[in-house]
Design a protein around this ligand. Structure first.
Ligand code: HEC
Length: 149
């Protein structure tokens, strides 16, 4: 039931996104269409799908997540998560606009954990995997920060 619900969220996300992708506005919207399609077809990797953030969102965890984001993510995704960091130029697909994606959709923790842990490896994109670089706790802290972007 929960699984079906999270698929539904992503399905709605993708349906919402499709007509937009046909418009020249894409640069401003750039959510990860390739990832959303992948999830619709294959689901979220089962080892991550049902994970839930064990951290409650204490200010020090969010602040630590912000430091991790600045060190590991902002070069591509930009300081405020719009996908406009200095290393974004020329990447195809481009780094996603995480700020907009997370504001507009109810995105499950498991989706974000999978995305950070495995990066673009399953999709062959430029997003690096972080499961060897960051601890589980660091990944959850980063996710807390992302949700506040
Ligand atoms: C080398 C550039 C690069 C770095 C560094 C990077 N990413 Fe990404 N990221 C991408 C690209 C390209 C995509 C779009 C393709 C994809 O989904 O794999 C993406 C997609 C995403 C998505 C999916 C958004 C959606 O619409 O579903 C999230 C979430 C994300 N990145 C978070 C992060 C976080 C958090 C970090 C740091 C821990 C990070 N990224 C580091 C390039 C990068």
């Amino acid at each position: 039931m929960k699984k079906a619900a999270s698929r539904m969220v992503l399905l709605l996300t993708a349906l919402w996104w499709l007509p937009v992708s046909a418009q020249p506005l894409q640069g401003a919207m750039n959510m990860s269409m390739i990832r959303h399609h992948h999830v619709m077809q294959h689901g979220i990797d089962p080892q991550y799908e049902s994970r839930v953030n064990p951290l409650a969102g204490a200010p020090q965890d969010v602040a630590a997540g912000g430091k991790l984001y600045a060190a590991h993510c902002s070069a591509c995704h930009g300081a405020t998560g719009l996908g406009d960091g200095p290393a974004a130029a020329g990447l195809d697909p481009p780094p996603a606009n995480i700020a907009m994606f997370l504001k507009m959709h109810r995105v499950p923790d498991g989706y974000l954990y999978w995305t950070l842990a495995e990066g673009g490896v399953p999709l062959q994109t430029a997003m690096p995997p972080f499961k060897e670089t960051l601890t589980e706790e660091q990944i959850w802290r980063t996710i807390l920060f992302l949700r506040g972007l």
